[in-house]
Write a protein that binds this ligand. Structure first.
Ligand SMILES: Cc1cc2nc3c(=O)[nH]c(=O)nc-3n(C[C@H](O)[C@H](O)[C@H](O)COP(=O)(O)O)c2cc1C
Ligand SMILES: *[C@@H]1O[C@H](CO)[C@@H](O)[C@H](O)[C@H]1NC(C)=O
Ligand SMILES: *[C@@H]1O[C@H](CO)[C@@H](O)[C@H](O)[C@H]1NC(C)=O
Ligand SMILES: *[C@@H]1O[C@H](CO)[C@@H](O)[C@H](O)[C@H]1NC(C)=O
Ligand SMILES: *[C@@H]1O[C@H](CO)[C@@H](O)[C@H](O)[C@H]1NC(C)=O
Ligand SMILES: *[C@@H]1O[C@H](CO)[C@@H](O)[C@H](O)[C@H]1NC(C)=O
Ligand SMILES: *[C@@H]1O[C@H](CO)[C@@H](O)[C@H](O)[C@H]1NC(C)=O
Length: 386
């Protein structure tokens, strides 16, 4: 009896010499088995079944510094966590007696055709995950027919990212409001010359970034170079600097959404920057609900994009049902890029499968037909569900 006990004990400890145990940070239990992974070594893509698995794989392979740079949010990460949690507060209606044998996921974004209503959001420094950096994000997006919007703080240059795209691939480009106007002018000209079709202008971290303590332990926070005095006059001046359509990114209130409509922007991008800037900012679900209540004309007058914590096909469907035309993925593609293009392609495939499956189960065959009838009103706001 004792020897049997000792034997099992020894087996268990022997096993533990190799086992990788990752703190899964409260993410859903996907049954992922990391016991045969080696710390710091890229696990096989075959082990990966969803976007949460990809985050764990990135956690296993990236240095603490680079994982923190991608993963962390500002201050207590209330907004980061709320972004992930809000989708559990919204119920989806599934209608029977509908023909869902022919699913249509394609849509237009600013008039351009894409195969899916989700896109790769701008995120800095893709090179921290893989040498291919933004090139693999561009090519994977191009092959899948989805939109990629590279960050102006990318590892690769504007021109190199453009070249990595496929012939005829439509990409937009993100820009910041630099205090140095010559820099803004120079970059806007290069973005247009390189063939990008629109600008996502990030307006939510003027002059400063959020304080992300866990990332700061590795890297001292630096001067962002962003202008802190960017007001409505500056916005008007900025619009004179390019003929490309401009989409303000980082809209967090219905009032700013309405202002953008009145100013004649073709679209807005509702986002709290993945919880990385103002901790306490509302989630996109809440902001979309606020706009529906206080300024519903925004949805008929312009396109609305949204992001934050989207990890499941159902998360995207919720944002689309609440009025978003397209939905951004920030961290997941950065994590997927540890495998280069193959990882990003797999992410697009897995996420597309989740979305298509759920559409079919909801009785909606065309993503452009999603509307509020597919979400339960009482459970569509944080307050209504608590
Ligand atoms: C590592 C990282 C870098 C980012 N860099 C930028 C950036 O350069 N410009 C920008 O507009 N947004 C940036 N964002 C915000 C994303 O565009 C997006 O709004 C956010 O990540 C969406 O939330 P999610 O990560 O939960 O999907 C970044 C986000 C992350 C995680
Ligand atoms: C771990 O085991 C699974 C299932 O047996 C296998 O598919 C995978 O390749 C293994 N992973 C590693 C890193 O060896
Ligand atoms: C976009 O798709 C529509 C419908 O399938 C098609 O009529 C249109 O020509 C396409 N536009 C472009 C630019 O490919
Ligand atoms: C401003 O931007 C221009 C163009 O990129 C650059 O040449 C110049 O050095 C910048 N000036 C400062 C003060 O950084
Ligand atoms: C923008 O350009 C127009 C036309 O050239 C000009 O009338 C207007 O004053 C400019 N606005 C700003 C804020 O620079
Ligand atoms: C990066 O991606 C390539 C495939 O593009 C892959 O072979 C490689 O293992 C990845 N990892 C690193 C650290 O470059
Ligand atoms: C939502 O879409 C359904 C199915 O296409 C339609 O019957 C319904 O009238 C729409 N409801 C609203 C509120 O737009």
């Amino acid at each position: 009896m004792l020897s049997l006990f000792l034997f099992s004990f020894l087996c268990a400890s022997w096993h533990n010499v190799f086992a990788v145990t990752l703190d899964t940070e409260g993410l859903p239990d996907t049954g992922l088995d990391t016991s045969n992974w080696t710390a710091g070594v890229l696990p096989p893509l075959e082990d990966i079944w969803d976007l949460n698995d990809m985050q764990m794989a990135a956690k296993n392979v990236l240095s603490g510094k680079y994982y923190a740079s991608y993963r962390t949010g500002a201050l207590n990460e209330y907004t980061y966590q709320a972004n992930l949690g809000i989708y559990s507060k919204v119920r989806l209606n599934g209608f029977g007696f509908r023909d869902v044998s022919n699913l249509q996921t394609s849509t237009t974004i600013l008039g351009y055709n894409f195969s899916q209503p989700f896109f790769i959001a701008p995120a800095a420094d893709a090179g921290h995950a893989n040498k291919s950096a933004e090139a693999s994000l561009a090519s994977a997006a191009g092959k899948a027919g989805i939109l990629y919007v590279p960050s102006i703080s990318s590892t690769l240059s504007i021109e190199k990212i453009a070249k990595a795209g496929l012939e005829g691939q439509v990409m937009f480009h993100q820009e910041y409001i630099w205090a140095n106007t010559s820099r803004v002018i120079d970059e806007l000209d290069r973005i247009k010359a390189a063939g990008f079709k629109a600008i996502f202008l990030t307006v939510d971290n003027t002059g400063i970034n959020g304080i992300r303590t866990r990332a700061m332990r590795y890297t001292a926070s630096e001067d962002t170079g962003h202008a802190a005095n960017f007001d409505l006059n500056s916005l008007a001046a900025f619009r004179n600097l390019t003929t490309l359509p401009i989409v303000p990114k980082g809209i967090k209130t219905w009032q700013d959404a309405l202002t953008c409509l009145h100013l004649g922007f073709p679209a807005i991008y509702v986002s709290n920057h993945g919880g990385r800037v103002l901790d306490g900012a509302p989630t996109s679900v809440e902001v979309l609900m606020d706009i529906r209540k206080n300024a519903p004309e925004v949805f008929s007058g312009m396109e609305v994009y949204a992001d934050g914590g989207v990890r499941r096909g159902t998360d995207a469907l919720i944002l689309l049902a609440l009025g978003a035309r397209a939905v951004g993925l920030g961290r997941p593609p950065m994590f997927a890029n540890i495998w280069g293009e193959a990882g990003v392609s797999r992410l697009i495939e897995l996420f597309g499968q989740e979305m298509a499956t759920s559409m079919q189960l909801m009785g909606v065959s065309d993503v452009t037909q999603l509307n509020t009838s597919y979400v339960r009103p009482k459970c569509s706001s944080y307050a209504g569900c608590d």
